[in-house]
Ligand binder design. Structure first.
Ligand SMILES: *[C@@H]1O[C@H](CO)[C@@H](O)[C@H](O)[C@H]1NC(C)=O
Ligand SMILES: *[C@@H]1O[C@H](CO)[C@@H](O)[C@H](O)[C@H]1NC(C)=O
Ligand SMILES: *[C@@H]1O[C@H](CO)[C@@H](O)[C@H](O)[C@H]1NC(C)=O
Length: 488
C-alpha cells in the first residue's frame, strides 16, 4: 500500500513536471539565420568601380523616400563587413543571408566587364563567415537592378531574362565553391506588383495590370532558367540548393461566410500563388488566370493582360525549387467586395476583395506590421496543403520599431511568439519548415520608409561616421533560443 502510494505520488509528480516543462524544441537540424540586403546596408554606392543601380537613382532623383534618405552610406557595410560578421557570430545563428549588389560586380550589368573589387568584397565576407562557422546564404537579386537596364523597361523587357542568367552563372562560378544556398529573387511580388514603378525606373509611370504582369512573367522565366543552369552546370560539383523567396502576408477570412472564405483564398492565390503555383504546381493559379482573362475581355483586350506560358514553358518552370523561401510579416482580415469598375485596369482590381486589420491585434512601429503569430502558423499549414508539404525556409521575419532602442522587449516578445508558432507548425501540423531567418541583422535603410523604421537586432548610429553598431537586448535572447532549442 505504501509503495503503491509513493508510486502514485511520483507518477503524479512526473506528469506535473512534464506539463510544466513540456515545451516544443527546435529539432537539432533546424537552422537559424539573420538577414540583410546589399542596398540597405552597404553604402559605398559609387566607390571602387561600383555602377549605379535603380535604387541609387531613385533615392537621388525622387522624393519617394522620406528625409531625403539614400543608401549612399547606409550602414557602411562596405567598410564594416568584418564587424558585421562578428555581429552574426554574436547572435549564435547558423547562417547569414545577404545579397550581392549586381552593380558592384558588374557596374553596367553586363558580364563583359568584371569589377574585381566587388568580387573581392564578397569573397572576403564569404571566407570570414566560413572561418566563423557561419553558412553564407546569397540572394542574387534584392531589388537593385543595374540602372543601365532601366530605360529599356527593366523587368518588363524580355532581354532581362538572359542578362540576369549571365550574371547568376558568374556568381555561381565566383562563389559557388563555398556558397551552398542560393536565392534567385527576393519578393518578386513587391518589385513587380507593389512598387512596380521601382522595378525599372523612377519618375516613369508603369501601368498596373499590364507591365507588372510582364515583370512577373519574365521573373518566373529568369528564375527557372537560372535554376536549370545551376542544376546542369554546378549542382554536381558544388552540391548546393537553389530557389526563390516569396513574401506572404496571411489572408484570414473576415467572417465565416462562404463569400469571405472564398475572398481570402482568392487573395492568397493572387499574392502568393501567382508566383508559387507555376513553380511548385503548374501554371498560374486557375482563379488568377480566369479573373484576369475575364476582366481583360470585358475591357476589350484581345487576350489576357497576364502573359500566358506555352506548355513547354509551364513544364520548364514547374519543379524549379529545392525549397520554398518564405518572407512573412503580418496578417489581414479579408472580405468579399463588390467588383471594381471594369474601366479600372490594375492588379488590385483584378485581385478584388477588401482587407483590413483588427484593432485588437497588437501593433508595432509600423502601422501594418501587426503582431499576429497564428497567421504564420496558418501560412505554414496552407503551404503544406496547397503544395504537398515542400521544404520551407523562413527567409525573413522580424519586428519593426521607430526608436532603435537597445531595450527592445517587444522585439523579443515578437520573436518568442513567432518562434512558438513555428514550433507548433513543426510539432502539431508536421509542416516541413527547416529554418527561421530574422530580419534584420541591423537597423538599415528600410526602402521607401528610409531610416524611420528599424528592424535590427543591432542598433546602428547613423549620426556617427563609423556607423557604430550596438547589440540590442534581443541578441542575447536569440542566442539562447539557438543554444537551448526552446523559446523560454
Ligand atoms: C511558447 O511555447 C512554450 C511551449 O512550447 C510555452 O511554454 C510558452 O509559454 C510559449 N510562449 C508564448 C509567449 O506563447
Ligand atoms: C531634401 O532636399 C531638398 C533639396 O535639397 C531640400 O529642399 C529639403 O529641405 C530636404 N528635405 C529634408 C527633409 O531634408
Ligand atoms: C474591417 O472591415 C469590415 C468589413 O467592412 C468591417 O466590418 C470592420 O469593422 C473593419 N474593421 C476595422 C478594424 O476597421
Amino acid at each position: 500500500m505504501k509503495t503503491f502510494q509513493v508510486l502514485q505520488l511520483s507518477l503524479i509528480f512526473s506528469i506535473f513536471v512534464n506539463l510544466v516543462q513540456s515545451q516544443y524544441l527546435f529539432p537539432d537540424d533546424f537552422k537559424f539565420g539573420v538577414a540583410s540586403s546589399a542596398y540597405q546596408i552597404e553604402g559605398a554606392w559609387n566607390v571602387n568601380g561600383k555602377g549605379m543601380s535603380i535604387w541609387d537613382r531613385i533615392t537621388h532623383t525622387t522624393d519617394i523616400v522620406p528625409d531625403n534618405a539614400t543608401g549612399d552610406i547606409a550602414c557602411d557595410s562596405y567598410h564594416n563587413w568584418e564587424r558585421d560578421v562578428e555581429m552574426v557570430k554574436e547572435t549564435g545563428v547558423d547562417f547569414y543571408r545577404f545579397s550581392l549588389a549586381w552593380t558592384r560586380i558588374f557596374p553596367d550589368g553586363y558580364i563583359s566587364y568584371v569589377n574585381q573589387d566587388g568580387v573581392d568584397y564578397y569573397n572576403n565576407i564569404i571566407n570570414k563567415l566560413i572561418e566563423n562557422d557561419i553558412e553564407p546564404v546569397i540572394t542574387l537579386y534584392h531589388w537593385d537592378l543595374p540602372q543601365m537596364f532601366s530605360p529599356q523597361g527593366g523587368w518588363a523587357n524580355p532581354a532581362i531574362i538572359d542578362l540576369f542568367t549571365y550574371y547568376a552563372k558568374k556568381a555561381f562560378e565566383f562563389f559557388g565553391d563555398r556558397v551552398k544556398l542560393w536565392i534567385t529573387f527576393n519578393e518578386p511580388k513587391v518589385f513587380c506588383q507593389d512598387f512596380n514603378l521601382f522595378m525599372s525606373a523612377a519618375n516613369e509611370v508603369y501601368p498596373s495590370g499590364v507591365i507588372d504582369y510582364m515583370c512577373t512573367y519574365h521573373v518566373l522565366k529568369a528564375h527557372a532558367e537560372t535554376y536549370h543552369i545551376y542544376n546542369r552546370e554546378f549542382k554536381a560539383t558544388q552540391k548546393g540548393r537553389i530557389s526563390l523567396t516569396l513574401n506572404f502576408e496571411w489572408s484570414e477570412p473576415g467572417s465565416d461566410s462562404p463569400e469571405d472564405i472564398a475572398a481570402a483564398e482568392q487573395r492568397r492565390q493572387f499574392e502568393f500563388g501567382l508566383y508559387a503555383n507555376p513553380i511548385i504546381n503548374f501554371d498560374y493559379p486557375k482563379i488568377v488566370k480566369d479573373r484576369i482573362a475575364e476582366r481583360s475581355k470585358q475591357q476589350g483586350f484581345p487576350e489576357s493582360r497576364l502573359p500566358q506560358f506555352t506548355l513547354a514553358e509551364k513544364l520548364r518552370i514547374r519543379g524549379t525549387y529545392d525549397f520554398l523561401g518564405l518572407n512573412h510579416y503580418s496578417t489581414w482580415h479579408v472580405f468579399a467586395a463588390a467588383e471594381r469598375d471594369i474601366a479600372e485596369i490594375s492588379y488590385e482590381s483584378d485581385m478584388g476583395t477588401f482587407r483590413n486589420q483588427s484593432n485588437e491585434w497588437p501593433t508595432s512601429g509600423s502601422d501594418w506590421n501587426k503582431v499576429v503569430p497564428w497567421g504564420l502558423r496558418r501560412i505554414l499549414q496552407w503551404i503544406k496543403k496547397t503544395y504537398r508539404n515542400p521544404i520551407v525556409l523562413i527567409t525573413e521575419c522580424g519586428y519593426p520599431d521607430q526608436t532603435g532602442t537597445l531595450d527592445d522587449e517587444p522585439r523579443q516578445d515578437f520573436l518568442r511568439d513567432y518562434f512558438n508558432a513555428t514550433l507548433e507548425a513543426i510539432h502539431e501540423d508536421q509542416v516541413n519548415v527547416q529554418a527561421f531567418t530574422i530580419w534584420s541583422l541591423m537597423d538599415n535603410l528600410e526602402w521607401q520608409q528610409g531610416y524611420r523604421i528599424k528592424f535590427g537586432l543591432f542598433h546602428v548610429d547613423f549620426e556617427d561616421e563609423a556607423r557604430t553598431r550596438t547589440a540590442k537586448k534581443s541578441v542575447a535572447y536569440v542566442r539562447s533560443v539557438v543554444e537551448t532549442r526552446k523559446t523560454d
